[in-house]
Write a protein of this length. Structure first.
Length: 378
C-alpha cells in the first residue's frame, strides 16, 4: 500500500514537473514574442523619427530618448567621427563630461573593443572605485556598456550606455541591445545624406545668400509645411558679356544688387538662394504657380532697370616714348551695364525631389537662346 502511494506521488511529481516545464516554455515563448514586438515597436519609432522633417541633431536626440525610455537606461551617448573629430550626436549627460565621452576611443580599455567590433562591459566592485575612463565624474556612472559602431565594415564611432549602479547590466540580454545598436546604425546610415547636406551649406560672399544645398536640407522643412509651392529659377543671361565688355567688378555688383532687390520683397516663409553662378532660386512656400506672375513681372522690371556705372577716372599708365618708359595720365572711360533676366517657373509637390525639379529648370535656362529674357512656365 505504501509503495503504491509512493509510486502515485512520484508519478504526480513527474506530471507536475512536466507541466511546469510546459508552462515555462509557454512563458518563455510569450516573453520572446513580447520582446520581439517591443523591438519591432522601437524600430518603427526609429524609422518614424528618421523620416521626420527635422534636423539630424534633433532626430538623433529623439532616438536617444527612445532608447533611454524603452530600455530603462540612465545615460546614453552616441558619438560619431565626422571626418575631422569625434562629435557627440546625442546624449543626456551633462556638458561637464562631454570631453571625456568624446575621447573614449583613446582609452585603453575600449581600444580592443573598437579594433574587434565587439561590445565591452565594465563595472566597479566597490563604492570607492571609479570606471577606468572617468576623470571627475566618479559618482555619476558605476557600470557601462560600450558598443563600437560600424557601417559596411567602416568604423564610424560608438554608443555607450551608463548606469549609476554597480553590475547594472549583469543580466542584460545583449542580443536585444545588439538589435538596438543595429537600429541606431541603420538610422545613422539613413540620415547620413541629410547630415552631409546640412554641413555642406555655404554662404555666398557677394550676396550673403545660402548656397543651393540649403534647399535640400533646412529650407525643405519650411516649404514642406505646404502641399505645393511655386519654384522660380532665374538667370542673368548677359553676365558673361557684362564681365567681358564692362568689367568683372560691374558683373559682381549686378549680382549683389539683384539679390538685394529680391531680398527686400521676400516674405518670411519664402526661400531665396544663389543656385549657381548667375542662377538664383526662389521658393514661394504654399503659393500656387499662377499666383506669382504679377510679382515676377514687377521683379523682372525692377531688375532690368538696374544700371551699374563705373565712373571715368584718371589712371597712370606706362608708355614707351622715344625708347624710354614714361608715366602718363590717361582718362579711363566710363563703363556701365544692365542685366537681362530669364525666368522659369514650375510647381513643387511636397514629398517629391526638389533637386530633380531644379535640375529640370536649370536645363531649360541653359538650353534656350541667350537673347531670351522673359517669364516661362513649365
Amino acid at each position: 500500500m505504501v509503495i503504491a502511494i509512493i509510486a502515485m506521488l512520484v508519478v504526480l511529481i513527474i506530471v507536475l514537473i512536466m507541466y511546469n516545464i510546459h508552462i515555462q516554455k509557454k512563458i518563455d515563448t510569450y516573453n520572446n514574442i513580447n520582446q520581439q514586438i517591443s523591438n519591432l515597436s522601437v524600430l518603427q519609432d526609429f524609422m518614424k523619427v528618421a523620416g521626420e522633417e527635422d534636423s539630424v541633431e534633433a532626430k538623433l536626440n529623439k532616438i536617444n530618448e527612445i532608447v533611454i525610455e524603452q530600455y530603462d537606461i540612465k545615460y546614453s551617448t552616441i558619438v560619431v567621427f565626422d571626418g575631422a573629430e569625434y562629435v557627440i550626436k546625442a546624449t543626456n549627460v551633462d556638458k561637464l563630461h562631454h570631453e571625456t565621452l568624446t575621447n573614449l576611443h583613446n582609452e585603453e580599455i575600449f581600444q580592443d573593443s573598437v579594433a574587434t567590433a565587439t561590445p565591452k562591459y565594465i563595472t566597479i566592485e566597490n563604492e570607492n572605485e571609479k570606471l577606468p575612463y572617468q576623470k571627475v565624474e566618479m559618482g555619476r556612472a558605476k557600470s557601462a556598456m560600450f558598443f563600437p559602431l560600424y557601417i559596411d565594415n567602416i568604423y564610424i564611432g560608438y554608443w555607450i550606455m551608463e548606469s549609476g549602479r554597480m553590475h547594472a547590466f549583469d543580466k542584460t540580454d545583449t542580443t536585444i541591445i545588439e538589435v538596438v545598436k543595429d537600429n541606431i546604425i541603420s538610422v545613422l546610415s539613413t540620415i547620413s545624406y541629410q547630415d552631409a547636406m546640412e554641413n555642406i551649406v555655404r554662404t555666398d560672399k557677394f550676396t550673403g545668400l545660402y548656397s543651393a544645398e540649403y534647399l535640400y536640407s533646412k529650407a525643405k522643412r519650411t516649404f514642406d509645411k505646404y502641399p505645393t509651392s511655386a519654384v522660380c529659377m532665374f538667370k542673368i543671361t548677359n553676365i558673361e558679356e557684362i564681365n567681358e565688355k564692362a568689367s568683372r567688378q560691374i558683373g559682381n555688383d549686378i549680382i549683389t544688387e539683384i539679390s538685394n532687390i529680391v531680398k527686400t520683397k521676400m516674405a518670411a516663409q519664402y526661400v531665396f538662394v544663389r543656385y549657381m553662378g548667375p542662377k538664383f532660386v526662389i521658393v514661394f512656400s504654399g503659393v500656387e504657380e499662377t499666383s506669382v506672375e504679377e510679382f515676377l513681372k514687377e521683379l523682372k522690371r525692377e531688375m532690368e532697370e538696374l544700371e551699374i556705372v563705373e565712373e571715368a577716372e584718371e589712371v597712370q599708365v606706362v608708355k614707351v616714348i622715344n625708347g624710354k618708359k614714361v608715366r602718363v595720365r590717361e582718362l579711363k572711360e566710363e563703363k556701365s551695364a544692365s542685366p537681362k533676366i530669364n525666368f522659369v517657373v514650375s510647381t513643387y509637390y511636397k514629398g517629391t525631389g526638389i533637386e530633380q525639379l531644379n535640375k529640370k529648370l536649370e536645363e531649360y535656362l541653359d538650353s534656350v537662346d541667350k537673347s531670351e529674357n522673359q517669364i516661362n512656365y513649365i
